[in-house]
Write a protein that binds this ligand. Structure first.
Ligand code: ZN
Length: 672
């Protein structure tokens, strides 16, 4: 059973099948009968000698079978897919100090072959991993599947059935799938062909089977019992053409792994093999089994992918949602595709330019990926040529029905992109998005004002501009009578609103939502204007050139000036400041110093206080940015008066100094 005789045999089968095709189908034989017979006899002799008959051998007397449908079969050992990565670091961590095999990740359909007493008894597809379809009748039509082998124990082999790149190119124009469309790629063609009911139809499609693993059998020998690569080598002796692999030394360097991947990529290219990555798997079988599995994957292997996988589906609808600046954001709704165990039905379409370039319309067949395995993305449209912008871009805002317009903007890398806009500032969804932004974590950070709650309050007419949030108390009764809104949740929400009154320059500016002024720009403005909203406002009014600031270009400069020119914006800017206190973020020691009424004042305390000792009240006064005085003079601004106050109270009264109870002082200090 030399491997050379097995290779010789496959060569003969290929030649003889070609000659038979020329003779029977084309009626144009290229060799004489004598040549044909000589090759045929040699093949038969080799088959006897090796004890291996390939299913597709012309000596195989079984004809091409046809079935009525594909029977289901349960995989007793589930055929799970491998975990994937595009990241070398992940791969190196997976390898660790183990000895691993690197092999081609063939891009076709996974097939399982079962042998008993040396005979192929069943071939089945992977299906969903738990249950597949029986395709035994097509084994006759696939290259690389032995019909009988010189091994009598039960043997279960898994591998990939695929179509090589040259074969795909040759057949692409002529073959049609069941819906009459031509096949988009070699994988689809392989999947469609292998499920043919008629083996005769399957036979002409150049399907090849290459095993990548053994699920049962080959464990009677001590070496093959524990080593995957030795099992693959044994398969070659049984007539299979096992998947090409490289065995790495334990603890390989990243360079060694990278080189091996490049070597396998090159060999796949040479052989015209369709691969979409490299499989990395532990060689040691007991170690592999000990790794166990997750819901979807065995943990003994990992697929290193060159690109994100593509999944075909049908685009059903495009949803347009107004953003807070009036841009209508398009989202694709498509038939569900399962990617890595998650069902995906939506992906952003970004803007009109993206839609136009891909010619996307409802009904199109599209290819979806999860970019970097995270974000769903439409990669390609398979049914181009029918695009019509008028049918796709709505003329009216789906939210408020005002006419839409197209605006040009700059997208990634300065590329001009076109966006669809609703120009109605009263568009309900725009208003809702603005409130969502205002209460968001990076802005005023009001917990409990969810999108749904905001929508309810807006619909009730309680929220018209941001200052209304701080007046919601007027509707306490109505709010607590809303369904799902008890006294407790209202109290929690009120607490959150009160807490938000104490904020920073940065948050306040983010909340104002000047276009493109986000956290980074706000931080820079806060630094430059020393967290003073007044100084910032004065600078705007004075025509300040913001491009002198780090990271500020003409766009940001213009956005700020344009925003303040709007009367409503300026009004909001001023009104809202009356309701909040700005604290200086970068000076925690005097964090209470800014935005409280005591900053810069001189304060004296007298009498017995409830919450403070003499020294702790002075510390509190200093913390507020005020000076703690000992005696009441004409420079004293406030006297905090506890029980049993003495002469200081009289003095304060005579000088007209404001006298505060301890409670009043605390309330003012908290900004409540
Ligand atoms: Zn609108």
């Amino acid at each position: 059973m030399e491997q050379t005789s097995i290779e010789k045999k496959r060569e003969l089968i290929a030649k003889l099948n070609q000659w038979r095709y020329e003779y029977f189908i084309l009626n144009a034989p290229t060799v004489s009968d004598a040549v044909y017979d000589r090759h045929y006899d040699e093949l038969e002799r080799l088959e006897q000698q090796t004890g291996i008959l390939m299913s597709n051998s012309p000596t195989n007397t079984v004809g091409y079978e046809e079935v009525d449908g594909l029977e289901k079969t349960t995989h007793t050992i589930p055929l799970l897919s491998l975990d994937k990565t595009k990241n070398m670091g992940d791969l190196m961590r997976f390898i660790g100090s183990q000895q691993v095999l690197l092999m081609h990740k063939l891009d076709g359909l996974t097939v399982k072959l079962e042998y008993e007493n040396g005979l192929l008894v069943r071939a089945s597809t992977r299906g969903n991993g738990e249950e597949g379809e029986v395709i035994t009748h097509n084994a006759r039509a696939i290259d690389g599947i032995p019909a009988w082998i010189p091994y009598l124990e039960r043997l279960v082999v898994v591998g990939e059935a695929y179509i090589t790149k040259p074969t795909f190119e040759r057949l692409q124009g002529t073959l049609r799938d069941s819906s009459g469309n031509s096949y988009k790629n070699a994988r689809n063609m392989a999947a469609g062909s292998i499920r043919c009911y008629d083996a005769g139809a399957c036979a002409g499609r150049g399907l090849v089977f290459t095993p990548f693993g053994v699920l049962e059998g080959l464990d009677e020998d001590a070496d093959t019992a524990i080593s995957k690569h030795l099992r693959l080598n044994t398969l070659k002796l049984l007539g299979f053409s096992a998947c090409e692999f490289l065995l790495l030394i334990p603890n390989p360097t990243e360079q060694q792994v990278t080189n091996s991947i490049a070597e396998l990529q090159a060999s796949a290219e040479d052989m015209g093999l369709p691969i979409d990555g490299i499989v990395v798997t532990y060689d040691n079988i007991p170690f592999s089994l000990a790794q166990g599995r997750t819901g979807h994957h065995y943990k003994d292997g990992m697929a290193y992918k060159f690109e994100d996988d593509l999944y075909e589906t049908t685009l059903r609808d495009i949803e347009w949602t107004p953003s807070r600046f009036g841009e209508l954001s398009p989202v694709a709704i498509f038939d569900p595709v399962e990617i890595d165990g998650c069902e995906i039905t939506r992906a952003s379409l970004h803007n009109l330019t993206f839609i136009t370039e891909l010619e996307l319309m409802p009904g199109c067949h599209i290819l979806i990926s999860k970019r970097n395995m995270i974000i769903p993305h439409i990669e390609e449209n398979l049914s181009r040529g029918r695009f019509n912008a008028v049918d796709v871009f709505p003329a009216q805002c789906p939210c408020c029905e005002s006419p839409t317009s197209i605006k040009e903007g700059k997208g990634d890398k300065g590329k001009v992109t076109r966006v669809l806009c609703c120009n109605n500032p009263g568009c309900a969804n725009q208003i809702l998005r603005k409130f969502v932004h205002f209460v968001g974590k990076k802005a005023m950070d009001i917990e409990g004002l969810s999108e749904a709650t905001l929508k309810t309050f807006i619909d009730m007419g309680w929220l018209n501009d941001f200052t209304d949030i701080y007046r919601l108390g007027e509707y306490s009764f109505e709010i607590t009578s809303l369904e799902g809104f008890g006294v407790k949740s209202w109290q929690r929400l009120q607490d959150a609103i009160q807490r938000s009154r104490k904020t920073t320059f940065e948050r306040y500016l983010v909340a104002m939502d000047i276009p493109m002024i986000g956290r980074t720009a706000s931080r820079e403005l806060s630094r430059y204007f020393d967290s003073s909203l007044d100084d910032f406002e004065a600078a705007v009014i004075g025509g300040f050139d913001f491009t002198v600031l780090e990271g500020f270009g003409a766009t940001l400069h213009n956005n700020i000036h344009a925003w303040f020119k709007e009367e409503n914006n300026l009004k909001l800017w001023k009104e809202l400041q009356k309701m909040i206190n700005i604290e200086k973020k970068d000076a925690p020691a005097t964090s209470e110093a800014i935005g409280n009424p005591f900053a810069g004042c001189t304060i004296v305390a007298t009498g017995k206080l409830v919450h403070f000792t003499r020294s702790s009240i002075n510390a509190k006064i200093e913390a507020l940015g005020a000076t703690a005085g000992n005696a009441v003079t004409k420079d004293t601004n406030y006297l905090i008066c506890g029980e049993k106050a003495g002469s200081k109270l009289d003095k304060a009264r005579s000088l007209g100094v404001t006298v505060l109870s301890e409670q009043e002082f605390l309330e003012m200090a908290e900004g409540a």
